[in-house]
Design a protein around this ligand. Sequence first.
Ligand code: LLP
Length: 425
Amino acid sequence: PASTTEPPHGELAVGGVPLTEVAERFGTPVYVLDEAEVRDRCRTYRDAFPEAEVLYAAKAFLCRAMAHWVAEEGLGLDVCSAGELELAVTTGFPPERIVLHGNAKSPRDLETALRLGVGRIVIDSPAEIARLAAAVGPDGHQKVMVRVVPGISAGGHEKIRTGTDDQKFGLSIADGYAQHAIARILDQPQLELTGLHCHLGSQITSVKPYLAAVRRLVGLMTRLYEQHGLTLPELDLGGGHGIAYRPGEEALDLTALARRVRAELTDACATAGLPVPRLIIEPGRAIVGPAGIAVYHVLAVKHTGDTVFVAVDGGMSDNPRPALYGVRYAPRLIGRADTAAPARVTVVGRHCEAGDVLAADVELPADIRPGDLLAVPVAGAYHLSMASNYNLVGRPPVVAVRDGLARLLVRHESLADIRSRDVGL
Ligand code: LLP
């Protein structure tokens, strides 16, 4: 988790800055990002996978500072829209280190990718091949990969499982769609196929599905070699590396992943008589998730039946994950000593529906009261990137902390910001 230090009286400091101070200065809800933790996690990946290309999956969280840190730490970037792409490139992210994904890339996505010169575009549907070839033009050149579906079930929740044929991403190997698409790509001289891609799902805590994916993809590479004499220099295993959201939860063991994927890949290629392709991985959550903490003020405490509801000043508009995936968080009281005995409470948001629950049935001090501050750790990934304006609530600011200093990265979205888009009457 973010490098927290704990002085007395319930104060909690991240990056050397007390969270109470951040809350006071920037208001709540506020998202605090530990820069050193983000950078450390990037380095951990580089050290664990020195031979691989590590792409940070921008969908987990992106702002200009984040793009800058990731670039400085030597990672590439996985983007899936013109928006993510433009933000990164206008921040100075080297476009050749960017890979564009998407199961339904818009004309604007493709046009932006070609104009800015992204490294690779990952083809995800048959229709995209002709569209891309036309956009590149007969004299142009673009490196592409193909996203294939290996038929492997893995991932934390049904909505974030993408390795089997019953979901929308990629081209099925089992049904031959991947092979068919590859043959069509090979017919387009302006498209250079550099490798296969797969993404099994997200919040995966076991190494095994990745090993199965290596075998499946090398199997396909073998057939491509036999049929087309093709040797592909890259193999992209996607992201999905699971993290712990609460104490005691399991995370994917990165060292084991690196060691065993490397061994499996070397072995499978040796057996097939193929050169070992360069590995690409795309972690998002594991880089930024544990580096973020959300801080809320308690606005109301209510006893109903058997439940104590603790309502905070944010909710599903800044963190839709409990409502979407039933994810459980471990909020904690900060800013004062928690001397009271623990009680079981349900932390809810401020939005107009009963499903706006941030943390059901968790332990907090029995005397929790309005005005208290709650911190929700492991809030860096897929919170703000999925935030909404539900109930016309502005999205929270992002503050970076480092070496005892707090710095605003993304300002709070004001009501004027929201109103300014509303141009009709
Ligand atoms: N590569 C591709 C092609 C992906 O689609 C994704 C995530 C990643 C990499 C990064 O996966 P990660 O390492 O972050 O697990 N909103 C959901 C997660 C959706 C993941 C979508 N794709 C959540 O909050 O759990």
